[in-house]
Design a protein around this ligand. Structure first.
Ligand code: ATP
Length: 193
């Protein structure tokens, strides 16, 4: 998967709609301290389904919405659109939007989806909100200090098999429900004998 474009509106310091084209090759983001470089990386992680406000440097998820300044009122929502090209050469457009008091909503190629669906799309493409490819400040030190279980998680993400864990959990739940149904059926059949 190759990220081609990022559109931000009302996200953190990006109060005005901003569009960033990401061309093939290496992309560098430069600018003075506090201009929003880290916010850009966070926007990528956020649209990929990041669920921890802490890792977005906030107390609650609504903290990603432009909070206002002395001269500008706060915004009611934040939206990030990520456009990517997948291995199948299909274009993928993922939108995440958060409104004050209403939480997050996701759309993939124009269809409403769940957060889980978005995470699975990126996990299957060996990327995602926790991908080691998104190197934020302090990340290198965190990788060096990581415990073996955390390193295993990174390797699984890189190998594109991280999505299998969520699917296994779903399958196990379905299996347990089916087992409960079967045992109920057995009880009923015994009662009929
Ligand atoms: P540095 O080089 O110092 O790491 P940076 O370019 O990475 O800085 P960021 O950390 O991305 O900058 O941006 C910080 C700026 O974003 C701060 O000015 C902060 O006030 C602003 N900011 C963060 N969240 C919001 C928000 N919800 N509303 C408005 N501004 C915000």
């Amino acid at each position: 998967m190759r990220i081609k474009r990022l559109k931000l509106s009302g996200f953190k310091s990006f109060v005005e709609p901003a569009e960033l084209r990401i061309e093939p090759g290496l992309t560098g983001v430069v600018g003075p301290n506090g201009c929003g470089k880290s916010n850009l990386l966070e926007a990528i992680r956020w649209v990929m389904g990041e669920s921890s406000p802490k890792s977005m440097r906030g107390g609650g998820m609504e903290d990603v919405i432009f909070a206002g300044t002395e001269s500008r009122p706060p915004r009611a929502f934040a939206e990030v659109v990520l456009s990517a090209e997948t291995d199948a050469r299909d274009d993928l457009e993922v939108v995440r939007r958060i409104e004050r008091g209403a939480g997050s909503a996701y759309r993939v190629n124009g269809r409403d989806v769940r957060a889980k669906d978005v995470s699975l799309i990126f996990a299957d493409a060996a990327t995602g909100a926790h991908s080691p490819a998104l190197v934020s400040q302090g990340r290198i030190a965190a990788v060096i200090a990581a415990k073996p279980a955390e390193r295993r998680q990174m390797l699984e993400e890189a190998a594109g098999i991280a999505g299998l864990h969520a699917r296994r959990k779903d399958a196990e739940q379905k299996l347990r429900a089916t087992e409960a149904n079967l045992s109920r059926l057995e009880d009923m059949m015994n009662a009929l004998d």
